[in-house]
Design a protein around this ligand. Structure first.
Ligand code: CDP
Length: 214
């Protein structure tokens, strides 16, 4: 537990596990600030692609991370498969992760708009960014379920998607997320692990509230 008079909830988990939807709902429920940290990595990856840079070159990732403007996080292109893949590659770079660290910590520990708490979702919130979070959730689900969710999400955004490619992309991203040297995806020791394979968003929210109630 942190000793401040605000609350911090960390929601980590696998790609397309439902963590974003869940984290947003928890934030709305408590009137807390919400940060989707994946968008930061997506914006960095997208910026590297936009200037024809090399996503696996840490220097290119670092330049993009240092230029990051949080006002540009609403670009729908950040949800595309290309941005997903680029995000997952730049996220393996320690330089990029360090460059994004302060922004995330300052959001978590000084939530904007005078909010009394913050919910951050990502891969390393409960382990690296906010190890002292009041509540930690780790969300996972079977990969074929995650692939169909992501496929539907992309289609509903009007983006082109092929199921087999979405599935392969998730496999590759899971592999990069769990095997990178810095901040690999792993549940915090004190995290509540929530499997959403058989849960719809409402069911996941109820299960999480059963754990994260203040
Ligand atoms: O929505 P989805 O879970 O598919 O992805 P995301 O949360 O938007 O994150 C995009 C990519 O950024 C992931 O594949 C991770 O590799 C990376 N990421 C990370 O390394 N650390 C975070 N805190 C958030 C995202």
């Amino acid at each position: 537990m942190n000793t401040k008079n605000y609350r911090l909830i960390a929601v980590d988990g696998l790609a397309a596990s439902g963590k974003g939807t869940l984290a947003r709902r928890i934030a709305e429920y408590y009137h807390f600030a919400y940060l989707d940290t994946g968008l930061l990595y997506r914006a960095v990856g997208y910026e590297v692609l936009s200037v024809n840079g090399d996503i696996s070159n840490p220097k290119h990732g670092l330049i993009a991370a240092e230029k990051l403007n949080p006002k540009n996080l609403n670009n729908p292109e950040l949800r595309s498969e290309a941005a997903s893949e680029a995000a997952s590659v730049v996220a393996t770079s320690p330089e990029v992760r360090m460059a994004l660290l302060n922004f995330q910590k300052s959001f978590a520990y000084n939530p904007p708009d005078g909010k009394m708490g913050a919910v951050l979702d990502g891969r390393d919130i409960g382990t690296v960014i906010c190890p002292d979070a009041d509540r930690k959730l780790f969300v996972r689900a079977d990969i074929s379920i995650r692939a169909s969710r992501r496929y539907k999400e992309l289609r509903s955004l009007g983006l082109n998607a092929i199921y087999a490619r979405v599935l392969q992309d998730l496999r590759d991203r899971d592999c990069r997320d769990v095997s990178r040297n810095m901040a690999p995806l792993v549940p915090a020791k004190d995290a509540f692990v929530l499997d959403t394979t058989f849960l719809d968003p409402e069911g996941a929210f109820r299960a999480a509230l059963g754990y994260a109630l203040f």
